[in-house]
Design a protein around this ligand. Structure first.
Ligand code: WT7
Length: 638
């Protein structure tokens, strides 16, 4: 148990090594992944490395083995880095003190909180909802769940009470962990109030553990609400991690699809652990003792894999930043880098584009010399933003890893290997070892050769992949394994250029990517439809300079709308209430009709074009029931 992953997991250090590892991972996948798995600690080794079929689908990695993710993140590190900082918490307000937790301190907190969970009645297999701001307690709660074998489902603290309730109900959580309130920039978010609105819409929650973060006056419901600190005082610091089976569920994370309610993407224990550890170390070329700063929120998968689990599995120091990039000013990211001597910085293209609008003067006063590697995630990065990032943050000397992956993939699948892969701006470049991407044509056939474009599928399992949608395996099969039988379909379009480099072009389904947040158009439509004046809604994405995509809603209303401005304000409030502020439409156009085919399907292609402002060539509209609606929509376009 005193081994450390960073010392013995082989790292890719040259393109030759990448090629060799890639080749082995395809030809001899079991040996390749067993080798990677050896650097973790196991209570019991596996019977088989991989059992799979993509028809049911059923995927099992390291079947028969036993391990614990929390033990691998913490206990395994103590022998060599007990006093090294594991988490640095940087508060929203730079005038407040930052906090650090060493590996030993984090271990103690997690053990104590694991006992709190048990004392509160939680057990292996329970679903526990975590609704917390970006504070170390979020990581402590996640690690404590993993330690006792409970399944965590983290809900981003920007989601509304309705979204929170929906998620709790879908996976029937019996425990909720939250905080009183927090600040994002100057805005105060009263988290516990949102919880109090959500819980009456749920039936399964027995207790709510509340962390006092801002000393805000809140209501504590007797018998239900418990203070984090009271429970911690009475809990022992001794906790032996549960021995979990490889395929035991680890966490559920909700994500939008093109239709219906958000899906509870389920990840399991051993495969996720091996993949998070392996990809963190290789993609970022992580070196022992380095400081890693991922700006994503723990409420998204990036926060799970590359803020918490990947770094801790590798014994890294991970930064948890509570604030926003523009508070108190637009130099905040660089202040954090400077203050904590960050070596590897990982953010979203939307953040880069928004900072770009403020100019580069601010860089003059920041020392960014600690930076060695930069990364991006969440959406395609345009060349201009890439160069700005390279020049101003990286000073032209830091490789930028443009990492493509998804909530469902658990970890990065296509990305440069820092310091190894020759980069091309706006290309995610090559698949990681173990990842076999293919491009599919309209007939469902693999496209061979280079300089081609198609729908991106993966044809072989990787350890970090999702195993199911919680409670709905058929929906899992239908969504990901039915468009191209025998393949995992990503929902993304992709190019492979003449040199074999991959470039992700964006979603090919009805999912839009707003500031790196994925939102199904159907979900926004459902929320808008709840407005009493609205009969029908169609939502599409349009190119947005900063957010990547903006949200454009076309609404049909009953009768004549007296006050369109009022309607727009109300619709925005409705979406904020049903989903969250980040899903608020940028543009709302009241229309008399929508372009529908005879079979009743809305022709979104036309609506997208109009939203883009490209109305010259709308293509074939002859199959529409009433082609004249197109003219009307064009005239009123915003
Ligand atoms: C979708 C997944 C994976 C963590 C954050 C988002 C888009 C993600 C890239 C990239 C182009 C990207 C895809 C993907 N996406 N990374 N480097 N280049 N597009 O996770 O919310 O599950 O969204 O984000 O469209 O399908 P997610």
């Amino acid at each position: 148990m005193n081994q450390t992953l960073s010392n013995n997991m082989k790292q890719i250090n040259s393109i030759e090594e990448y090629n060799a590892q890639y080749k082995q991972s395809v030809q001899n996948h079991d040996v390749f992944w067993a080798d990677a798995a050896e650097s973790f600690s196991w209570r019991k080794k596996w019977d088989t490395v991989l059992d799979w079929n993509f028809t049911e689908p059923s995927v099992k990695w390291f079947n028969g083995a036993e391990c614990n993710l929390s033990e691998n993140c913490l206990d395994r590190q103590l022998a060599t880095r007990a006093n090294q900082v594991a988490i640095v918490w940087e508060p929203n307000d730079p005038k407040e003190q930052h906090r650090t937790l060493t590996y030993k301190q984090l271990y103690d907190e997690v053990c104590r909180f694991a006992n709190v969970l048990k004392n509160t009645g939680a057990k292996r297999g329970d679903r526990i909802c975590i609704y917390l701001p970006m504070i170390p307690e979020a990581a402590i709660a996640m690690l404590a769940c993993a330690r006792i074998g409970a399944i965590h489902t983290v809900v981003f603290a920007g989601f509304s009470s309705t979204s929170l309730a929906d998620r709790i109900n879908d996976c029937q959580c019996n425990l909720l962990i939250t905080a009183d309130a927090f600040y994002r920039g100057e805005k105060k978010i009263e988290l516990k109030k949102i919880v109090d609105e959500a819980l009456p819409q749920t039936t399964t929650i027995k207790n709510c553990i509340v962390y006092n973060h801002r000393n805000t006056a809140i209501e504590m419901k007797q018998g239900r609400d418990l203070w984090w600190s009271d429970l911690m005082k009475n809990a022992s610091v001794e906790n032996k991690a549960e021995a979990m089976l490889s395929e035991d569920p680890l966490f559920i994370l909700y994500t939008s699809g093109s239709t219906g309610k958000p899906k509870g993407i389920l990840h399991t224990t051993a495969g996720y652990m091996v993949y998070a550890g392996y990809t963190f170390k290789n993609v970022f070329n992580y070196q022992n003792g380095e400081v890693f700063f991922c700006t994503a929120d723990v409420g998204w998968v990036t926060g799970h894999t590359y803020l918490v689990y990947g770094p801790l599995l590798n014994g890294a120091t991970t930064i948890m930043f509570e604030g926003i990039p523009v508070y108190p000013d637009h130099g905040r990211f660089w202040d954090v880098v400077d203050k904590h001597k960050v070596n590897i910085f990982y953010t979203a293209p939307t953040a880069i584009r928004s900072l770009e609008t403020y100019g580069t003067e601010i860089f003059k006063t920041k020392d960014l010399s600690s930076l060695r590697v930069l990364g991006t995630v969440g959406e395609p990065i345009n060349e201009e933003a890439w160069h700005w990032y390279d020049k101003n943050a990286g000073k032209g000397k830091c490789p930028i890893v443009d990492t493509w992956w998804q909530t469902e993939t658990g970890g990065i699948l296509i990305s440069p290997i820092a310091t190894v892969t020759k980069l091309k701006p706006s290309f995610a470049t090559f698949p990681l070892p173990g990842v076999q991407p293919v491009l599919m044509d309209g007939q469902g056939k693999e496209i061979s050769g280079n300089d081609v474009e198609g729908n991106l599928c993966i044809k072989f399992p990787w350890p970090g992949m999702a195993r199911t949608i919680y409670g709905n395996h058929e929906r899992f099969r239908q969504t990901y394994f039915s468009s191209y039988p025998g393949y995992y379909f990503t929902g993304d379009g992709c190019k492979r250029d003449a040199d074999g480099y991959y470039r992700i072009t964006g979603r090919v389904d009805d999912v839009i990517n707003v500031s790196g947040h994925r939102i199904g158009t159907g979900e926004i439509e459902d929320a808008i439809d709840e407005h009493e004046l609205v009969i029908e809604t169609a939502v599409v994405g349009f190119p947005h300079d900063i957010k990547g995509q903006g949200i454009y809603a076309y609404v049909i209303c009953t009768g004549k709308v007296e006050n369109e401005e009022k309607l727009r304000t109300e619709i925005k409030a409705m979406v904020t209430e049903k989903i969250g502020a980040f899903a608020r439409p940028d543009k709302i156009q009241v229309v008399k009709g929508l372009p529908k085919t005879r079979s009743g399907k809305i022709m979104r292609r036309i609506l997208r074009k109009i939203a883009e402002g490209d109305i010259s060539n709308l293509g074939d509209t002859t199959t529409l029931i009433d082609p004249t609606v197109v003219g009307q929509i064009k005239e009123g376009a915003l």
